[in-house]
Design a protein around this ligand. Structure first.
Ligand SMILES: C[S@@+](CC[C@H](N)C(=O)[O-])C[C@H]1O[C@@H](n2cnc3c(N)ncnc32)[C@H](O)[C@@H]1O
Length: 209
């Protein structure tokens, strides 16, 4: 088990509050989720790729009360701390590529939050291609990541990501991220880059299918 998971579980019943407070130092998840809702207000079929333990999934369920949500991850702790509705939200361990073969063009909205920097560079085109193939025509990819740019908070974020998750982290610059998304979706599909509090390193791009 990754060091971060061991540390967090040590907080017992307070794990959720501690984890949320820790993340808020780096990123305002609520601001991002509100942006996602504004980017695809009518979404009825939502896929969250790399949902982790379910914090963001829970917010999506609240912000899209009429949507069916599928949340997937490759990690065994998927959805562990999710406490939202169970009737229209499901969790599944799956690779995006396998899901794309099973449900092509199925989703109005695909959400990818702080996942890409955990994925080995060589596998990123395949993951983004699967995200594209999972979207219906006119669907939206809501993409969010952390920008590689030197600052004290960047060093802190890298250390936390690297040593708490155990993953080999590789952040992109914004031009690199736009090039990676543009190579898969086409340049014209990309909206402008927006920033999310509390650090300008948090950036997001709305991508249209
Ligand atoms: C920093 S967490 C973000 C979790 C969630 N998106 C959030 O913002 O709360 C990164 C997640 O990406 C997942 N992940 C890494 N590579 C993946 C892949 N190829 N497909 C799906 N999920 C992946 C990890 O297992 C981890 O749960």
């Amino acid at each position: 088990m990754a060091l971060g998971a061991v540390v967090r579980r040590a907080f017992g019943p307070y794990e959720r509050q501690v984890a949320e407070a820790w993340r808020a130092i780096f990123f305002n998840l609520d601001d991002w989720m509100a942006m996602v809702r504004d980017w695809a207000p009518g979404a009825r079929r939502i896929l969250e790729l790399g949902c982790g333990e379910g914090y963001s999934t829970e917010r999506l369920a609240r912000l899209f009360p009429e949507a069916e949500i599928l949340a997937v991850d490759i990690a065994a702790n998927i959805g562990r701390l999710y406490a939202g509705p169970a009737d229209r939200v499901s969790f599944r361990i799956a690779y995006a590529e396998d899901l794309a073969a099973e449900l092509p063009g199925h989703f109005d909205l695909v959400v990818l939050t702080d996942v890409l920097h955990h994925v080995p560079l060589a596998l990123r085109p395949s993951l983004l291609g699967a995200a594209r193939d999972l979207l219906a025509p006119g669907g939206v990819l809501a993409f969010k990541d952390w920008e590689r740019r030197w600052s004290p908070i960047h060093a802190a974020t890298y250390s936390a990501d690297r040593w708490l998750t155990g993953d080999r982290i590789a952040y992109l610059t914004v031009p690199e991220a736009r090039a990676a998304l543009g190579a898969v979706f086409g340049e014209a599909a990309l909206g402008r880059t927006v920033r999310i509090a509390p650090w300008a390193h948090n950036y997001a791009i709305r991508v249209a299918r």
